[in-house]
Every structure is written in structure tokens, then in C-alpha cells.
Design a protein around this ligand. Sequence first.
Ligand SMILES: Cc1cc2nc3c(=O)[nH]c(=O)nc-3n(C[C@H](O)[C@H](O)[C@H](O)COP(=O)(O)OP(=O)(O)OC[C@H]3O[C@@H](n4cnc5c(N)ncnc54)[C@H](O)[C@@H]3O)c2cc1C
Length: 527
Amino acid sequence: MAQVNYIDAKTDAVGETIEGVVCVVGAGAAGLTLVRRLAKTVSGVVLIESGEFEIDAATQGLYSSRMRGLPYFDLATSRLRYFGGTTNHWAGYCRAIDAIDYEARPSAGLPGWPVAHADVEPFAEEAAGELGIKSDFFDPIALLNGVAIDPRGLAEESSELFRSKIFQIAKEDVIRLGPRYRDEIGASQNVRVYLNLNVAHVQLAADGGSVDYLRCATLTGKQVVARARYFVLCCHAIENARLLLTSHDVATRGIGNQFDHVGRYFMDHIGLGASKFIPSDSFPKFYDYEVDKTRSINAVLGFADATLRKYDLLQYTCRFEPVYAEPETAGALERVRRDLNKPGDASFLRDVATVLADLPVVPSYVAARYNLYFAKPLYYSIEHHLEQAPNPSSRVVISNRRDALGNLIADLDWQMAEADYRSFAVGQDLLGAEMAALGWGRMVPEAITPEFVREQVFGFWHNIGTTRMSATPESGVVDSNCRVHGIANLYVGGSSVFPSAGGGAPTMMIMALALRMSDHLKGRLGS
Ligand SMILES: Cc1cc2nc3c(=O)[nH]c(=O)nc-3n(C[C@H](O)[C@H](O)[C@H](O)COP(=O)(O)OP(=O)(O)OC[C@H]3O[C@@H](n4cnc5c(N)ncnc54)[C@H](O)[C@@H]3O)c2cc1C
């Protein structure tokens, strides 16, 4: 298909000024979803993307960053800076956030969303359709039936406390949004895409009430100005905040930052491996992580809304990872299998001896290796998952180092809060007690202390917060339409606008909010 609309800003003639009606910055989940939808009826859509169609070391290097707080993923490699953005390697786990996630629950540290669940839900359903997954997000029976799993034995049949939360895993060919949408966008009469062009500065008008233009640059030294009626930053959470904070010539604290919220409340969904669970025969097998994975779902055990409210808990779920043999036996078994045709040295004999000493686990271990999950594991390792509480100290910090374009680099200071420690610990206690009461088995608990959390916590690459949505400028950065408070024509797309992480996964929700924003912008444009 013809790709007439792609302009390589490094090599093609661009001129000094780009003009458009809506200028979207960043071709990831948010930007591509927004542009595709706008392009159906709006002419003059401009998409500015830092990279090109393949990863390029120099452009990717613009994402270099340092960690100042708890260890987090390397931001230079976990975020991807080319067409398709980080969707070029996301895993496709999808679930909408629950209705309760929109509510303010101050005693749990949750500010609430200034939009209603019912307002976002239709767009989440549309995004699900786009990702080829089912839209009955909160109906575990339908979702399990949909992947040919007998749903009998679901927690909700017998427990007031628990609810089953099902993540659907969208297919590989669907989730790579860059390659998937490249031809369609390239052929649209209504869009121009500038590749290899970086937005370096958001220039406000002198009165500070609107954006005048974006200052853009290539790594080869070209300088370009982008003008439009509306601007949307879709550069992922840390870069969205960086652009607002470093564009401080007119708004001296940074754009949208009069109340010091930009860059703060950086969150991920957080995980912690702690404790064992020894199952009885009545533990429902569909909560076994390995069983699910082969069927493109992940059924986790979470808490009912009433439980979350009663105990002031953040959204908490847990994943059960089966262990069929203790690590020593498992390692020996694997090596024996691998070295079967070349035995002879002492280590092979040692491995055989280890396996013989633990012989009863061998049939179920081997069965599981071939995806025959009828066998009962020795135990499950529990992975506790939590929505991280919004915490102002967990934040993007502008360093005094500069990138290859001369722009100040944003570092990350990732921090946990009291609400996180508490929810992990209370969640585990409730989990153990309820599973015992249901006769599902016995937990062998490890103490979850703040020190343990800080040492062991890990994220899921979900960069959330930093430009949060709020009803008033005093409490956040963008309004319920994702428009920066006080700036007439500047919007932000992506999970940076989420006021809380919620009980779902971000990317489908990012797409949902982009679809919603597209309708809002079309309304403002009268198209
Ligand atoms: C390993 C991994 C697994 C993941 N798995 C899941 C999962 O299973 N489920 C889930 O929901 N989420 C998952 N995610 C998160 C998911 O990838 C992100 O939520 C999503 O890609 C964010 O979309 P976005 O549009 O905000 O940002 P991105 O997709 O990162 O797009 C941002 C775009 O902006 C461009 N850009 C940046 N700065 C500039 C600039 N200054 N000028 C011009 N362009 C710029 C970038 O080049 C990029 O194309 C995963 C992430 C990783 C890393």
C-alpha cells in the first residue's frame, strides 16, 4: 500500500514550520489509537514521532535515564522510542479497571477518577475489540467458558471475600500496533507523519493560557516548529512529564504544574514473591498460572469490592506459580534429561542420585513439562500483585544532565508508601485465612515487612501517573477530558493521566481514553 504520508524529518525536506489542525506527539498505544480515529473525519492530523520504523540506537539513547529510588527497569530499554512505541514489545495482558477503581477511597490513599466508569466503559469495549479480546471483562464464567475451561469451583461460588479476576492475553499479531497500523495510517489522506522528529519544547503563548507551537529537532540538527489548533502529548508517562516540566519559560514551574503535581505519583502494578501455598485436591486448577498461560488467559484471585472497602485495601490479587519439584531436584532432572546421551562424569551421577532421592515428584514434574497439568504440584509459590498507591514522593526528577538534543534528562525516583506495605501484608493474611476456610489448602506464610517489600518488590513495566487527571487544578494536572488544566489547547494521552493504577492492565485503558479523547476533540472541532 502507498505510504505517501511518512516524512523522514532527517532526510526529507520539511521546511521550518509544520502546520496542522491536531498535532499528536508520539506513535505508541495512545498516539496511534488517537490518530487512527481522528483521521476518519478530521483532515490536517499531524503525527510527530521521535523514531522511525525500526529501533535505532541514537534515538533510543534519548531515553537514557538514571534510577534514584528503588531499583526499577532500565528506562533506556524498557520504553521503546520508535513507531509503535513500547507496544513493540508489550506482552498483551489486558483487563479493564474495575468500577470501584473510579471511586475516591481516601482511607486507602486513592483519589478517584474524575470520570465515571460508565463513561469510559464503552471505549474500553471498543479497545478490546481492537485487540481481539472479549469485552465481558468482569464476567469470569463467560471468560473461562470462552477458553474451554469449566468454571465450576470459582471463588465467588463459596467466598464472600474473594473474586476471580481474569486477564486476557491478546495475540502477538494484534498487539504490535506499529507494524499493524503502518499501512493504514500511511494511506490516509488526512494524516501526515513526521518520523525522526523529536518534540523538545512546548511553547506557551505569552499569557500562558494556550500552546503557541512545539519546538522540534532531529538528531541531525534540523529545527522545526509545529503549529496546530490542538496539541496532544502521547510520549509515555515519564517523557510526558519531562516535556511539561522542562518547558518552563512562560510557566516558571512547568506547564500544568502550578500545584506541583507534574511528575509525581509515578506508579506501577507491583509484585512480590512471598510464601508457599500447599493445595488440597479442591483448589481450583484454573488459578494455576501455568494452566492458564497455555489458554491465553490468567485467572488471578483478588478481593471483592466489599473486602477492599472493609479493609481499606488497594487492589490486590495473587498468582499461583506451581512448583513440581524443589529447585535442586528440578535442576538435576533437567540436566539428566539434557545429558542423557553423554553420561560419564561425576556430576551426571550426582544428578541421577539427586533425582533418585526425590523420586515421587518425578512423574508430576515430567507431566507438567509437557503441559499435562493433571498432576498436583508440591506447592505453589505465591506472587502477590498490588496496584501501587499514588505517592507524591514517587516521581520523575529533572536532572542537570543533557541528552544528545541538549534537553535535560528525566530520572526516576521510584518509592513505595505505607499504603503499599499495609495492603501487601493485610492482603496476604486475608488470603491465607480464607483459603484455609474454603478447604483449598494451607499457606506457609513469610512475613511481609516494609524492608522485605523494598528489597523484593518488582514492577510490570506499567508507567502510570505523573500527569494525573483531576476535577480541579489544585489536585492534578489534566481534567476529565485529559486537557491540561488552564491550557486551552494542550492534551495528554497515555497512562500518565491515570489517577490510580486500578485492578486492570494499562494499555487497553490507554487506548480507551485515546478513543474517548478523539471524540472530545472532534466535538471541539465540530467534525
Ligand atoms: C516488557 C513490557 C511488557 C508490557 N506488558 C504489558 C501488558 O502485558 N499489558 C499492558 O497493559 N501493558 C504492558 N506494558 C506497558 C505498555 O507497553 C505501555 O502501557 C504502552 O506501550 C504505553 O503506551 P504509550 O502510547 O503511552 O507509550 P509508548 O507506547 O511508549 O509510545 C510513546 C511514543 O512516543 C514517542 N516519543 C517519546 N518522546 C517523544 C518526543 N519527545 N518527541 C516525539 N516522539 C516521542 C516514542 O518514540 C513512542 O513511539 C508492557 C511494557 C513492557 C516494557
